[in-house]
Structure formats: C-alpha cells, structure tokens
Design a protein around this ligand. Sequence first.
Ligand SMILES: [Zn+2]
Length: 143
Amino acid sequence: MKQNGSDNKLISGRLETAGVIPTAQRIAIYRYLLCEANHPTAEEIKTWADKNFPKLSLATVYNTLNVLIEANLLKEVKVPHEAKILYDSNISYHHHFLDEDSGELVDIPSELVEVTSTLAKEFQVHDIQVLMRGKRQKTRTQH
Ligand SMILES: [Zn+2]
C-alpha cells in the first residue's frame, strides 16, 4: 500500500479529536473508508485489509468499525439491495441514489432533495432518509 504521511497525520488528528486512540489499524481502516471505499461492507473492508494487514481478523475489523461509529465518524447504512450493513464515512446528512445497473450507492447532498410531508401531528419525525433507485447516465462515453 502506498503510504501518504500527511494524509495519515490528518486522519490520526481526526481520530484524536473524536476521542479515538489512533492505532495503525484504525488509521488504515479509516483512511480506506474515507479515501478509497464507497459504502463498503465489513467483508469488503476485511478483503482490503488482508492485502495490507494480513494479521487483521474480521473481529478486529468489526471492533474498529464499532469504535468509529461510537465516535460519530462512521454511519451504518441499510439498503434493500444488500442484505448486509454498509458503512458510510460521510457523516453529514445526505441521501442515496442506487444505480440499479452497477449496484453503486451514490451520495446525494440533502439540499438536492426536497421532502414534504403531510403527516398528522402525532408523527414526530426525527430523521428522513431517501433512497432513490434508477439508472445513472454516464456523462462520458466508455469503451
Ligand atoms: Zn452515503
């Protein structure tokens, strides 16, 4: 793996600010989540870790993910097309678009989606998450 020293410094700083002790494993996993992965499953993270940290167990991966979730650096996402939990390093309020062809989950800024509701007052809504499904037109020609 190509190590980027300044990146790692930034990431360990973020972990420390959130109250997480920045061990090498945590820095590496968080860096992968932030910079390389797109809503991965724990198994995908484990597959990646196997190439870089051969001794990392799946239990350690889950443990690290839970530490990041508790520190509000990571969110769990549940979508209908994937039975497993996906991990989202984008902790800002946002929605998702599911590309039905590629299965890719794309972050959609919340300001691009307007949700109106005429629910009765008895429903006190704390959170709205929109999952849009469809096809994403490629903007540049491939092949
Ligand atoms: Zn997301």
